[in-house]
Design a protein around this ligand. Structure first.
Ligand code: BGP
Length: 468
């Protein structure tokens, strides 16, 4: 008997800017991603440049039918995608939406429905319309709340019978570390005051609650969740001061899910705000919105863990997903220095569930690796045993968490089809079960090939995790 619940939502996850391509097709406006060829953190260009791989990405815009056939063949129950905000509102501040953009997602949802695949939609996945960034400085400006709410209301109404599962912001806590990519804030990070940064955070949190309110009014059956970047930390030594460093690091992340679930700012942030002269400007009604429109579930990305210490300068620091920490000598790392820690996933699941006791959804997890396409007698494939090993170990820990009593709705592995990496903006860092023939120079046929992990994941889904 499988330990996974019968209706467990197995599937894969993507984001429009890394997947779709067609950056200027059918009335789409520019997003912040279209001017960051070196990844969302790098300097921005005046306009789109040919070296920006995200402009064409893997061209899901024109390949979505064949891609969905492959997802269906793997047995996906759910497919996570984002709606590109600037396809719907090219500048972000218009009143009327772009019909061609809306139609594209109608077509995608209809195609998914043919195969009984539920869409899980991220409303904003690092895709702030560029105009909102240039004209308003992104989420630093309170006006973004209204633009976002109007956008959310438009898509909620349009897709109210086609989409049930929604996420308000991808990795909402990442704005603290990548204010431009995550929050569209043009002010360079070194010049951005903590006051302005946390005020931007507040705007996003209020916008998320407002969207949750609007969504539930439009369709009370909607399940609307928050999405946070989860990164558990271990103390480097048993020194209580190291444990305190862990607590401080984790609180920075919990802040977001605590407000989304509990509906108010937690006590522990008071001291940080006091010591950094931060006073959040609450507009009338903000407190009530946060309190009354909390999320239905908590979703998160999980790739890695870190270690923390009160004296970090004594240790070597590793790379990480947007944020990082001290390298843990007990763990191995991916080719990009992200520390691989399957047990950390079980810990995160237990921690979130103990804290909130509402359902959890793992909406990103996977291994970025360099893949080699090889010819066999049955055609081309990638022998990605390293990816299978990573996922197998992580999913086994998800099974352990289920046995621990954690309520988990589903699991969508990141980049189920190869797409452009967010941090490196390259195609050579691949996550998929499906290989896409396009390289870092933008060369390739865009043809799709099944990797070895394709059949492996198919078996996992078919057996509801029993084959793990
Ligand atoms: C998360 C993002 C994704 C994604 C993933 C992998 O932070 O939500 O958009 O790309 O990380 O990161 P990368 O592509 O940098 O390997």
């Amino acid at each position: 008997m499988s330990v996974f619940p019968e209706n467990f939502l197995w599937g894969g996850a993507t984001a429009a800017n890394q997947l779709e391509g067609a950056y200027d097709v059918d009335g789409k406006g520019l997003s912040v991603q279209d001017v960051t060829p070196d990844g969302g953190m790098g300097p921005i260009t005046d306009g789109p440049t040919p070296d920006n791989l995200k402009l064409e990405a893997v061209d899901f815009y024109h390949h979505y039918k064949e891609d969905i056939v492959l997802f269906a063949e793997m047995g996906f129950k759910v497919f996570r995608l984002s709606i590109a905000w600037s396809r719907i509102f090219p500048n972000g501040d218009e009143t009327e939406p772009n019909e061609a953009g809306l139609q594209f997602y109608d077509d995608v949802f209809d195609e998914l429905a043919k195969y009984g695949i539920e869409p899980l939609v991220t409303i904003s996945h690092y895709e702030t319309p560029l105009h909102l960034s240039k004209e308003y400085n992104g989420w630093a400006n309170r006006k973004l709340i209204d633009f976002y709410a109007h956008y959310a209301e438009t898509i909620f109404k349009r897709y109210k019978d086609k989409v049930k599962y929604w996420l308000t912001f991808n990795e909402v806590n990442s704005v603290l570390h990548a204010p431009f990519m995550s929050g569209g804030i043009l002010t360079p990070p070194e010049e951005l005051s903590k006051q302005d940064l946390y005020q931007a955070v507040h705007h996003e949190l209020v916008a998320s609650s407002l969207a949750t309110k609007i969504g539930h009014e439009i369709n009370p059956n909607f399940k609307i969740g928050c999405m946070v970047l989860a990164m558990p930390a271990y103390p480097m030594t048993p020194d209580p001061l190291d444990q305190l460093a862990v607590r401080e690091f984790e609180n920075q992340n919990y802040l977001f899910s605590d407000i989304h679930v509990r509906g108010k700012y937690p006590n522990y942030i008071k001291r940080y705000f006091d010591e950094n002269n931060i006073t959040i400007d609450f507009a009338e009604g903000d407190k009530q919105l946060l309190a009354e429109h909390t999320v239905d579930f908590v979703s998160f990305s999980y790739y890695m863990s870190v270690a923390q210490a009160h004296n970090p300068e004594e240790y070597s620091t590793g790379k990480g997903n947007i944020m990082g920490g001290i390298s843990n000598p007990y763990l191995e790392s991916s080719e990009w220095g992200w520390q691989i820690d399957p047990v950390g996933l079980r810990l995160v699941l237990n921690d979130f569930y103990d804290r909130y006791q509402i359902p959890l959804f793992i909406v990103e997890n996977g291994l970025g690796a360099k893949d080699e396409l090889v010819e066999t007698k049955n055609g081309y494939t990638v022998n990605d045993d390293y990816r299978i090993d990573y996922m197998q170990k992580h999913l086994q820990q998800v099974g352990e968490a289920v046995k621990d009593g954690v309520d988990i709705m589903g699991y969508t592995s990141w980049g189920c089809i190869d797409l452009v990496s967010a941090s490196t903006a390259q195609l050579s860092k691949r996550y998929g079960f499906i290989y896409v023939d396009r390289d870092d120079n933008g060369e390739g046929s865009f043809k799709r090939y099944k990797k070895k992990s394709f059949d492996w994941y198919k078996d996992v889904i078919a057996s509801n995790g029993e084959s793990l």
